[in-house]
Write a protein of this length. Structure first.
Length: 280
């Protein structure tokens, strides 16, 4: 087994800001309207690269196709009813709404298919008005890799109320507020994270533990490989965590400095830019 315990120092993100930001995103979604297959923002512009192909907008069962910005070539028009013809060369994701209730939960399914594999993700945010739990369960299948099991399954859970309690007060929870697990026939990985207040500068110190162990199929063989490569793997995991913290510290202060009006305007501006670039 390979075990890593590493602490990173990150800029704090106020819980109140998270609640307000989610409210802005939800409000923009709920103020938008469907015109045929197009989803139109409150300012009258169509959301770029998004098509409603089944059901009623934001109702359970609604299905959207979302293309990346390089996915040129989708020539369907507003009156078309086809659900899945993909005439472009870019990646297309299929998003299905399973629940949309601002007090109870927002639950989405995401399916992405590419030449080298598929990704399926189920995600839920409980009590969006005052979020306290985020859970995701995903499955990945790779194509074209001979002699290696091609399926992965992962799940993640963040108890948001416990996270901010620990980050702001230092009071611990019975279990780590953030955890993730990745399962492969040859390897299992567990990740856990717990924050605490920084020393005097308002930052968070996040303690992350990562453990890797062999799967039941080839456990003795994988155990030998982990033992031989353990030192290099520990260094790689530590560098990865430091890199993630660095990117967080670059992005979060800019976001946290925005009030709700500025955030809303930034989201609308980005949608306009993407729409202009794509000729929407």
């Amino acid at each position: 087994m390979v075990f890593v315990r590493h602490t990173v120092v990150v800029e704090p993100l106020p819980y109140r800001w998270l609640v307000d930001a989610l409210g802005v995103v939800r409000a923009l979604a709920e103020e938008s309207r469907a015109r045929g297959q197009r989803v139109v923002l409150p300012d009258g512009r169509a959301v770029p690269d998004v098509r409603l192909v089944r059901g009623r907008h934001l109702r359970p069962g609604a299905v959207y196709l979302v293309r990346d910005e390089n996915g040129a070539g989708d020539e369907r028009h507003e009156g078309d009813t086809g659900e899945g013809k993909d005439t472009g060369t870019g990646e297309t994701a299929r998003v299905t709404i399973r629940e949309w209730d601002r007090r109870r939960a927002v639950r989405l399914e995401l399916a992405v298919a590419e030449d080298d594999g598929t990704v399926d993700l189920d995600a839920v945010l409980k009590s969006p008005d005052r979020p306290h739990l985020f859970e995701a369960d995903g499955r990945v299948r790779f194509e074209g890799i001979p002699l290696v099991p091609s399926r992965l399954r992962g799940r993640a859970r963040i108890r948001l109320d416990d996270w901010w309690t620990a980050a702001d007060t230092g009071r611990g929870a019975p279990v780590d507020p953030a955890s993730a697990r990745l399962d492969h026939p040859w390897l299992h990985a567990d990740v856990r994270a717990t924050p605490r207040p920084g020393r005097d500068d308002g930052t968070w110190e996040v303690c992350v533990t990562v453990s890797l162990r062999g799967g039941s199929l080839l456990r003795p063989v994988v155990a030998v490989i982990l033992a031989l490569a353990g030192r290099r793997m520990r260094r790689s995991i530590t560098r990865t965590l430091d890199g993630m913290a660095e990117r967080w510290n670059e992005a979060v202060p800019r976001l946290a400095a925005m009030d709700t009006g500025q955030l809303r305007q930034a989201l609308l501006t980005e949608a306009r830019r993407r729409g202009d670039d794509g000729g929407t």
